[in-house]
Design a protein. Structure first.
Ligand code: PLP
Length: 406
């Protein structure tokens, strides 16, 4: 991988027409070590957030020894770069053949369920493979309520009363039983974890079984850009959030249990930025070489303000407008369909034009992993970059903001 000090240097040296991901392994290692330093338990990185081999390898080098996986492809990706790492199979609804593969070939012994039929499915395979259920930790996924940018409890999780019953069932079948939850991604309310812990406590008391662990999932918010024209959402820093979480864990008396967290976004968001090129400007509209089917999948970035830096092409000698004036541009993506228009504008210097580049920061989470091959476009070029995106002058531009007056 070619290495540059920063994205501007990479853009000017490579003059890329295709999107380029700028990977910052040192930032990734710093962020994951910071998380591990603050969380009083095991950190299992959620592979779906960004499962690139370079990411898994850097995390493993940084000391991550556990990974939250959901599919055979994720098992293989982890095994390839970190053969000794522990895998936690935390998807509550699994194909029978995938469970068998996990247990038989990958020797996975930690698994999540949220329904009795999933326990029945698991038990058939455990018996067929002659595995001692006592060697397995089965976590009951508990439904949670709260505010996250991406709510996931609509899809997974047992109600507290149902979770009580599932825990009892697991213990009767001879499994070690634990509780897990996942509050959604990019939480927007600092009380979220406390509410989930309170619910887990209720379930534990009613179930009256010995728990083998508590897995508090992911959801920890990454710090993204902030549009100075909008009021900032007041969120505590990760340090404050974690300090509160440690207090809540003590208060609800979960501190004597083995704890697990499954951070994704907060670990990897800052580790990548993306250089895109303006293929054409038409008035207040720009056409770029990436879009919603590739790295800018709107379902995930729509509510997030990504900081961006403008990299003007020095080959363009004439420009109109004032480089200090930041204005909204409608952004059209690379594919030939009218869906591929970002629902939010990019705010850029009004001088932006055909041939210029834009570096979009903090794009490491749920961007590369959501790329598609639609229309034959699949950004897959990487460079290594040393300087963190946030270093130096404040980014002058922003991607994906609230609304745009047409
Ligand atoms: C997606 C996911 C995570 C990671 O969530 P982040 O918000 O990225 O931290 C953790 N656990 C489970 C079960 C998940 O599905």
């Amino acid at each position: 991988m070619q290495k540059f000090d920063n994205a501007r240097e990479a853009a000017l040296a490579l003059r890329p027409d295709q999107p380029v991901y700028c990977f910052r392994p040192e930032v990734l290692k710093e962020d994951v070590r910071a998380f591990m330093g603050m969380f009083p338990g095991k950190t299992a990185y959620a592979v779906k957030t960004n499962g690139e081999p370079i990411v898994l390898k850097a995390l493993s080098e940084a000391g991550v020894t556990a990974f939250d996986v959901a599919s055979p492809a994720e098992f293989a990706a982890v095994r390839d770069v970190a053969p000794d790492a522990e895998m936690l199979y935390m998807h509550p609804v699994k194909a029978q053949s995938d469970i068998r593969l996990a247990l038989e070939d990958y020797k996975i012994r930690i698994i999540a369920v949220d329904h009795e039929d999933e326990i029945a499915k698991l038990t058939r395979i455990v018996r067929a493979l002659d595995i001692d259920p006592g060697s397995m930790k089965v976590f009951v996924r508990l439904q949670t309520k709260g505010h996250a940018a991406y709510e996931l409890s609509k899809k997974f999780g047992a109600t507290p009363a149902h979770a009580v019953e599932l825990l009892g069932r697991l213990v009767r079948l001879g499994y070690q039983a634990g509780l897990c939850f996942h509050v959604g991604s990019q939480i927007e309310d600092p009380d979220t974890y406390e509410r989930a812990l309170a619910s887990a406590d209720w379930v534990r008391n009613r179930a009256g079984v010995k728990l083998c662990g508590l897995d508090i999932g992911g959801g920890f918010p990454a710090e993204y850009g902030h549009d100075p024209r909008r009021q900032a959402v007041e969120m505590p820093s990760l340090g404050q959030l974690m300090s509160r979480l440690r207090g809540d864990i003590k208060e609800w008396a979960f501190d004597d249990l083995p704890l697990v967290a499954e951070p994704g976004r907060v670990v990897v968001a800052r580790a990548f930025s993306l250089i895109v090129r303006v293929l054409l400007r038409k008035g207040r509209r720009i056409y770029i070489n990436d879009g919603i089917w590739a790295s800018l999948s709107d379902s995930w970035t729509g509510k997030i303000t990504l900081p961006a830096r403008f990299i003007p092409d020095p080959a363009r000698k004439t420009r109109s407008g004032n480089p200090e004036t930041i204005v909204p541009f409608r952004v059209c993506g690379a594919t030939c369909d009218s869906v591929d228009i970002l629902s939010r504008p990019f705010w850029l210097p009004e001088t932006v034009n055909t041939g210029d580049w834009i570096e979009i920061g903090h794009i490491g989470a749920y961007s590369l992993s959501l790329r598609t091959h639609f229309n034959g476009f699949y950004p897959d070029q990487f460079v290594e970059v040393v300087t963190p995106f946030g270093a130096g002058a404040e980014p002058e531009s922003f991607a994906s903001l609230e609304t745009m007056a047409d």
